[in-house]
Write a protein that binds this ligand. Structure first.
Ligand code: PLP
Length: 349
């Protein structure tokens, strides 16, 4: 049995013939104009870097985000830098503070490090409770905020994120994981990483940009912070990215109109499915701004997940803190219709 990467693979593993709304992927691939740029790079695949692809990506991102290009680094997804920031700044004497429920990759890294991982429940609005997070471990090495949060899709107000940046210990790092930020127009934390040397913002192309299998992510952070995360390989992993993904990402970030259209399509599909469930008396947690929402079935989520799979619909998992609540990722209009029909077929109040 393979154990390396097994947890991540499990969530996205295809079930033959099933509608796949379990892993927060996009229902479609890259924007066609971006895919074209990637295909062009396939034909130049003999070169490690045919034509300054990294610089073009950094320039495009700097333009859109208003962050200096020397504070942008590209990675094969955002999982790797997420582990690295924990390895660089947490230890058996410096803990990690997160919300609960939240994306738990950093919990696993913390466990491996022997670092204390403190999980603080979300507020009643499902935002991160930044004051409680600081109070829970005032001397931590890493404070992790996921906004919009996976699995709730809810955002933490930028004012709260700024408060934590201003009040946390100086030698700790505030990590703001914005994997899902492209689905909303909410204010970004990027500007904090543009001006402070102790804030790291994570981005990924795996979500709205439809590039999960192509592997591209970004960090926004001070070069001094990055150096600490690259101590053991001198940044080799960032220097040797698939150029197809880099070129695809460069074109993707500049497509303001297409991004807006994809946001609107997702929101319409999400809200229609939520309305269907609500009409049946099924409780949906409010406030998601992203391509996922949470359903409280009032009975074990694992059973509903299995029941829906008999209808060939693969929904997401639950988090231990909320055993009756499933995460549903938003798919295409027809995928969400299939989900609603499957619920109709198996639901008994
Ligand atoms: N951060 C969050 C909040 C996620 O939900 C995910 C994946 O689902 C990741 C990071 C890692 O994604 P990737 O490595 O594809 O960028």
């Amino acid at each position: 049995m393979r154990t390396v990467g097994a947890a991540a693979q499990q969530a996205a593993k295809p079930v033959e013939g099933a509608v796949r709304i379990g892993a927060n992927e996009c229902w479609t691939g890259p924007f066609p104009v971006a895919a074209e740029a990637a295909f062009k790079l396939v034909t130049e695949g003999n070169r490690y870097e045919p034509d300054n692809e990294h610089e073009k990506l950094f320039a495009a991102v700097a333009q859109v985000e208003g962050i200096p290009a020397d504070r942008i680094v590209a990675w094969p997804g955002s999982s790797d830098p997420l582990s690295r920031v924990a390895v660089a700044f947490a230890s058996p004497t410096k803990g990690i503070v997160t919300a609960d429920p939240t994306y738990e990759a950093i919990w696993r890294t913390g466990a491996w490090l022997g670092a204390k991982v403190t999980k603080v429940p979300l507020t009643k609005d499902n935002a991160h409770d930044v004051k409680a997070m600081l109070a829970a471990d005032p001397n931590a090495g890493v404070y992790y905020i996921c906004s919009p949060n996976n699995p709730t899709g809810t955002i933490t107000p930028i004012g709260d994120i700024e408060w934590l940046a201003a009040n946390k210990p100086k030698d700790s790092v505030l990590v703001v994981d914005e994997a899902y930020i492209h689905w909303t127009d909410t204010p970004r934390a990027a500007k904090l990483a543009a001006t402070r040397d102790d804030v790291l913002v994570l981005r990924t192309f795996s979500k709205l940009f439809g590039m999960a299998g192509m592997r591209l992510g970004l960090t926004f952070a001070a070069p001094s912070l990055m150096e600490k995360m690259m101590r053991y390989d001198g940044g080799q992993v960032t220097a040797m990215l698939p150029m197809t993904a880099v070129a695809c990402g460069t074109v993707s970030v500049a497509q303001a109109d297409l991004i807006k259209a994809r946001q609107a399509e997702m929101a319409a599909n999400r809200d229609k499915a939520i309305a269907h469930l609500t009409k049946k008396g099924i409780k949906v947690l409010p406030g998601s701004m992203a391509n996922m929402f949470m359903v409280d079935w009032g009975k074990p989520a694992k059973d509903m997940q299995a029941a829906l799979l008999t209808q060939k619909v693969q929904i997401g998992r639950n988090w231990p803190i909320w055993p009756n609540v499933s995460r549903i990722s938003v798919g295409s209009a027809s995928e969400m219709d299939a989900f609603c029909k499957a619920v109709d077929a198996v639901w008994k109040a």
